[in-house]
Design a protein around this ligand. Structure first.
Ligand SMILES: [Zn+2]
Ligand SMILES: [Zn+2]
Length: 174
């Protein structure tokens, strides 16, 4: 998601701009964000823009037990500083120390939310997403989806496995 901020960078320190965001699909390196909507508030700082994103979106995950595709709603909320490579008024190169932190705004004065979004989505994604809290998972013997129907495998084995895998999952989730 890319926003031209040349105008914002030419404003005096403290200037606030709010961008409404509505992106049906953002494809990133290792994930896809759908239906992102929210707002980006940009504040001119002495070296760049402080951007605060407040948005909701959906990412696709796979149930950790039965592997079915599920949609996970996410609230993405972050504040990051973006520092331009060039001065917006003189287009001269800005001095930015390596330890400055934050993200850079390239020579085109476009603020790219792609990389921070990717990082925050990775952080926010559930580690063990489940299609439903009591998902029965797959039969360890024949691979049948036990949410749909019980398979022909021996019941005692299935039940013992179910208790065990439930215990394991709740231990790791907690
Ligand atoms: Zn499931
Ligand atoms: Zn089975």
């Amino acid at each position: 998601m890319r926003i031209n901020v040349l105008n914002e960078l030419r404003q005096p320190v403290g200037t606030v701009t709010v961008f409404d965001l509505c992106e049906p699909l953002i494809s990133l390196e290792d994930t896809e964000i759908r239906g992102l909507s929210g707002s980006l508030t940009s504040v001119r700082t002495n070296r760049g823009l402080l951007a605060s994103l407040k948005a909701s979106a959906t990412v696709s995950e796979q149930c950790a037990r039965c592997l079915v595709a599920i949609d996970c709603p996410l609230s993405i909320d972050f504040e990051e500083e973006f520092i331009p490579i060039l001065d917006a008024n003189t287009t001269r190169r800005m001095r930015v120390s390596d330890g400055a932190g934050g993200f850079r705004i390239g020579r085109d004065f476009v603020l790219d939310l792609g990389e921070p979004l990717r990082q925050y989505v990775l952080m926010l994604e559930p580690q063990k997403p489940l299609c439903q809290p009591n998902c029965a998972g797959l039969c360890p013997a024949c691979g049948a989806d036990l949410n749909a129907a019980s398979c022909g495998c021996t019941r005692t084995f299935d039940e013992r496995w179910g208790v065990l895998s439930g215990f394991e999952a709740s231990k790791k989730e907690g």
